[in-house]
Design a protein. Structure first.
Length: 736
């Protein structure tokens, strides 16, 4: 019934157990096992992840095997290659890296195979009849002479055709999956490829493997290039050159750029591809001809980036040129009314902001913490509400939307929910043809909005509606490409109100006071209540101190939960006091024994962060939560996010999670935490910038602790130069 191939040193018998490793990451030597699939324990139809058990000749117990294994069914004989791992709850199992289906060869196994329901139209009774009629040739007859099936009692033309079609489809699936895995892609990637292209997958990959990088999430240029080498694509092939150029532009987008100068594009792509410059020129020409690249002067845009930036400019132009219904209101009386209603006294700049909010079609309100942005927004909304205007409130992230709700007392949602993103077609349902039904759109944390999202938002705002963007332009720009809020302000086209007077907690908050000192380039005033400096110059000593502060000192003094209430930030991922090392140290201190997710660095009880938008699961880049359950048998884990959502992840989606006891400053944008601990050392010199320090400390609500050196702080305060991003939105808006 099959064979068990053990690595050298193992004696025949029950499956060997690997060392008891708390992270389940120590794998034994690769093994090959052949057997008959007895049952499917769990199957995720979306990503092909399967937990199954097989019967192996010579073993008394069924062997569990897990992995991305599209179309594996009971009764099939399979040969799997993989590694033994020890699951603490479910025992030994094989994590599969390659799976091959082997057709059964004996009359008995053929009958079991066909009778399993594997092929529609054949059940146990017809399986018996077929084997009685054709014996060991049954599968060959189905494959090559399906017309002979009609000789079996009960099988007419329709059923024979049904059996033939189902058989052909199944053989196609197995053939394609085997081809893909033979090209060097992982089983999970092979599943994604098959789901994208179906039976055409093999021909698509043979024709142009670089399509994988363009069409399939999670497969980049490096993977596609590895596949190309496997199937013999030449290093100077046009498809490889074009893919390398597009990859170079996309990589620049990851650094915030909308375009690259032609010379820089050629230089970076040549380094990646190691081909002659003339081939790059030809590749650029082909990309422009096929509308995958747009060139303006020396600026080379990927077509999507160019469309996004042009769309932003056109969207602002459309809104500004279309008049809106004037609000029937005497503004000065309204200001007095709202002051009485809220029990406040508005400053001149706040009154000006509200006045412009009533009178202006598009407006930007910017200012640092404590400058009264929320007071202005609540006052403006109260006035507009009183006059019957409708409005919607939104923010780029779930955390920011939740903060907006708490600050305004009104419903707020993420921009993706406002625009009604559909995972089915990968599109926003709100657009020019189906605009948002409102008189006004109000967006908080506008500095986080990249060019593509802003383009989609503007397209969905009806021409008669108003737009109010609220944000702090001194924070870091968006993670995605573009620098939209900065460019809009720099263009001079849109009215801007800058709030500079500090109101909130002006007398009592070291955080607020020091945020503004930092923004002016001044050294902070530290205290021992809410803005603390623990001086450490050595990264190893800083790491040890961070663990001590998070695990013991802050919880003991302030009563804060070290996992849910304290967020450690670092400017950089690498280094002894960078994100990765701090995460490992804090996990060891706070949660060393949580049931692990197989082959991952995290487990039950760990704080994790989502790394990219996943619309199927309704989780977004930067969302944080705590793992509450790991079910190895079902191949799933559960995360309780900060907004109380409980989300089930298939193990294959765990690649999009990472430990989040510590995060980069960039990843913290739009969030606030009861306490922030910031690692800030001279070794982080690449990211010692004033806006990085400013963004980090403004994430803390009650407490900020900086573990680092005054030298690093001084370096950041002197470095007020903003990281340059290649954008042309400000120029486009100036030309409107």
């Amino acid at each position: 019934m099959g064979q068990l191939h053990l690595p050298p040193g193992h004696r025949p018998g029950p499956p060997p157990h690997p060392p008891d490793d708390p992270n389940q990451s120590n794998l034994e030597a690769e093994v090959e096992i052949e057997g008959v699939v007895a049952r499917i324990v769990y199957e995720n139809s979306e990503n092909g992840y399967v937990v199954a058990r097989m019967s192996v000749k010579g073993l008394p117990d069924l062997v569990t095997f897990v992995g991305s294994l599209l179309a594996v069914s009971p009764g099939e004989t399979v040969r799997v290659t993989g590694h033994w791992v020890e699951d603490r709850r479910f025992g030994p199992q094989v994590r599969v890296t390659l799976c091959e289906t082997i057709l059964p060869s004996t009359v008995e196994t053929i009958e079991v195979y066909l009778g399993s329901g594997l092929i529609p139209g054949i059940g146990p009774e017809f399986a018996k009849r077929l084997v009685q009629a054709f014996g060991g040739d049954t599968l060959r007859i189905i494959d090559r002479q399906p017309e002979r099936l009609r000789a079996v009692p009960g099988i007419g033309p329709k059923r024979a055709r049904q059996i033939r079609d189902a058989w052909n489809e199944r053989r196609s699936v197995h053939s394609v999956m085997l081809f893909l895995q033979g090209c060097g892609v992982t089983p999970s990637q092979a599943v994604k490829i098959f789901k994208e292209y179906g039976g055409r997958a093999a021909s698509v990959v043979r024709d142009n493997p670089y399509r994988l990088a363009e069409d399939i999430t999670g497969i980049g240029f490096q993977t596609a290039d590895r596949v190309a080498r496997q199937i013999g694509i030449a290093a100077d092939a046009p498809a490889r050159v074009e893919a390398g150029l597009l990859h170079t532009l996309n990589a620049a987008g990851g650094e915030g750029h909308m375009f690259l100068d032609r010379a820089r594009l050629a230089e970076d792509a040549a380094r990646l591809l190691n081909v002659a410059p003339a081939l790059l020129d030809d590749g650029i020409t082909r990309l422009v001809a096929t509308e995958r690249m747009v060139i303006e002067g020396d600026a080379c845009f990927a077509s999507l980036m160019h469309a996004a930036e042009r769309g932003c400019a056109d969207g602002f132009k459309r809104l500004l040129r279309t008049p809106c219904e004037p609000v029937p209101i005497q503004v000065e009386k309204a200001l007095l009314w709202v002051e009485k209603l809220k029990g406040i006294e508005l400053s001149p700049s706040q009154r000006d902001a509200i006045r412009r909010g009533v009178e202006t079609k598009v407006l930007v309100i910017t200012g640092g913490p404590g400058t009264g942005k929320t007071t202005v927004l609540n006052s403006l909304l109260a006035i507009l509400e009183k006059k019957g205007l409708s409005f919607v409130l939104a923010a780029p992230t779930g955390r920011a939307a939740k903060r907006m709700e708490a600050a305004t007392g009104r419903d707020a949602r993420t921009l993706h929910r406002l625009l009604e993103y559909s995972p089915n077609n990968g599109q926003f349902q709100r657009d020019e043809e189906n605009p948002i039904d409102t008189d006004m759109v109000v967006v908080d944390e506008a500095s986080m909005i990249d060019a593509q999202l802003m383009n989609s938002l503007l397209a969905a705002i009806p021409s008669f509606a108003r737009l109010l963007l609220v944000g702090d332009v001194d924070q870091l720009p968006s993670v995605g490409p573009g620098n939209v809020l900065f460019d809009v302000i720099a263009s001079g086209l849109v009215p801007v109100v800058r709030l500079e007077t500090v109101f909130r907690q002006a007398d009592g908050s070291g955080i607020i006071e020091n945020a503004h000192r930092i923004n002016r380039g001044e050294m902070p005033d530290f205290n021992d209540t809410d803005f603390v400096l623990i001086e450490r110059n050595d990264p190893a000593a800083a790491l040890e101190t961070i663990v001590e502060v998070v695990a013991r000192r802050i919880p003991a003094r302030f009563g804060l939960d070290p996992v849910r209430d304290i967020q450690v930030l670092s400017p950089m991922r690498r280094g002894e006091a960078g994100v990765e090392n701090i995460n490992a140290a804090l996990k060891a201190a706070l949660n060393p024994d949580g049931t692990p997710v197989p082959r991952r660095e995290f487990g039950v009880g760990d704080k994790v962060m989502q790394l990219r938008n996943n619309y199927d699961l309704d989780v977004f880049n930067g969302d944080t939560g705590v793992i509450t359950l790991v079910d190895a048998d079902a191949g799933e884990l559960q995360v309780a996010f900060d907004d109380q959502r409980q989300v089930i992840y298939p193990f294959e989606e765990a690649d999009n999670l990472t430990l989040a006891y510590c995060a980069t400053v960039h990843k913290s944008q739009g969030s606030e935490y009861p306490a922030v601990v910031l690692s800030f050392l001279p070794q982080h010199y690449m990211m010692l910038q004033r806006n990085v320090l400013y963004t980090a400390i403004t994430r803390g609500k009650r407490l900020v602790v900086i573990v680092g050196s005054r030298k690093a702080l001084a370096m950041a305060l002197r470095n007020s130069r903003l990281s340059h991003r290649n954008t042309r939105l400000a120029e486009r808006l100036k030309n409107v």
